[in-house]
Design a binder for this molecule. Structure first.
Ligand code: 3PG
Ligand code: MG
Length: 396
């Protein structure tokens, strides 16, 4: 595994096509979370500082090959100018005459933003002709979009084979963080996997039990594991038809020496509602009409204890129904424990996934984590042990 970085390229006076992920949330034309924009600033600044001309390639939403004005990247120009402290010009297409002219006329110190690549249906088909049209615009290709690297698209995959290619600063940081968590980690390693469904995270669990020392299972998917152990979970969200699969994961984990941490106590309510009456019960005492909405305090103590004994933590998925108060308690407490251990230098902590990052931000723990990924799907696929096409295409 090796890829070039900006340091390996001669950038002076070169047009650098940078694939970025600026798929940020926008409400009424305002960017509500600029994290992904802020995280590409080092790449853009480094290119400008080296005398290069950054030309940004990006998708926005899922327009399905149609030009949709509400998904035009033009609306991000002001936010990008603020973040870069540089003039950002815009081309209303990512290929063709207008884009070529804009790329030719770009002056040192300026940045060019190209329109949403997904306005072309060829983009998501990894079409080589579209990639060739994009490649016309630059001398060098730099991929800084780790969070879109699980897509084999013209702007992430095919184009990397047409120009001298390298990883941008954010791509480097993401790969290094994940490598330190799952590639060659300091042991013991603990993974937290939460969220609703076992069925969407089967490959993830299967890969992790061979790689990590402890696997904390939380959220709705923990209920499926309780069912697998013959425990009644009342009206809780659980995939009862996945119980055999969950049993199989438990026995494979035992075989590979992976310690599985399931809730020993639970927070139970009758309704899926914020502040609904609830009680704390042992995990095997969920009433018939009860719904498990969070892990209980004994479970949090066990999770905290596991973190204390670990050197590396990788986290994807909340432990409870964190979007409903007070069912965010276990997630918050565990996150703050991980943050404290990280601050004191005892733990390397890496987290990713849209819900996870929202939960860690809400708990106030995120800024103490060693690394917070900008990626959702790509983070998950990396944790599953899959090759990401956008990363593979950079490999030398
Ligand atoms: C994301 O927001 O997760 C990335 O930008 C990828 O978007 P996609 O899931 O539409 O490919
Ligand atoms: Mg996504």
């Amino acid at each position: 595994m090796g890829w070039k970085t900006l340091d390996d390229m001669d950038l002076n006076d070169k047009r650098v096509l940078v694939r970025v992920d600026i798929n940020v949330p926008v409400v009424d034309g305002m960017v509500t979370d600029a994290t992904r924009i802020e995280r590409i600033v080092p790449t853009v600044r480094d290119i400008l500082a080296a005398g290069g001309k950054p030309i940004l390639l990006a998708h926005f939403g899922r327009p399905g090959g149609e030009r949709r004005e509400n998904l035009s990247l033009k609306q991000l120009v002001p936010a990008l100018e603020t973040a870069f402290g540089a003039e950002v010009l815009f081309s209303a297409d990512c290929v063709g005459q207008e884009a070529e002219l804009a790329a030719q006329e770009l002056q040192p110190g300026q940045v060019l933003l190209l329109e949403n690549t997904r306005f072309h249906s060829a983009e998501t088909k990894n079409d080589p002709n579209l990639a060739a049209g994009m490649a016309q615009l630059g001398d060098i290709y730099c991929n800084d979009a780790f969070s879109a690297a699980h897509r084999a698209h013209s702007s992430t995959e095919a184009i990397a084979r047409l120009l001298p290619a390298c990883a941008g600063r954010l791509m480097q940081a993401e790969l290094e963080a994940l490598q330190s968590a799952l590639g060659n980690p300091k042991r013991p390693v603990t993974a937290v996997v939460g969220g609703a469904k076992v069925s969407t995270k089967l490959e993830l669990l299967g890969n992790l039990i061979n790689k990590v020392d402890n696997l904390v299972i939380g959220g709705g998917m923990a209920n499926t594991f309780l069912v697998a152990k013959g425990i009644s979970v009342g009206k809780s969200l659980a995939e009862r038809d996945m119980a055999d699969t969950a049993s199989d994961i438990l026995s494979r984990a035992a075989h590979s020496g992976c310690n599985i941490v399931l809730p020993s106590d639970i927070v139970v309510a009758e309704k899926f509602e914020a502040n609904t009456p609830h009680q704390i019960l042992p995990a095997d005492e969920c009433p018939e009409n009860g719904m498990i909405l969070d892990a209980g305090p004994d479970s949090v103590a066990a999770i905290s204890d596991t973190f204390s004994q670990s050197k590396t933590l990788i986290w994807n998925g909340p432990l409870g129904a964190f979007e409903l108060e007070p069912f965010d308690v276990a997630t918050n407490a565990a996150a703050l424990k991980a943050a404290a251990l990280t601050r004191s230098g005892q733990l390397i902590s890496v987290a990713g996934g849209g819900d996870t990052v929202a939960a860690l931000n809400a708990s106030g723990a995120a800024h103490d984590f060693t690394y917070i990924s900008t990626a959702g799907g790509a983070f998950l696929e990396w944790m599953e042990g899959k090759t990401l096409p956008g990363v593979a295409a950079l490999e030398t």
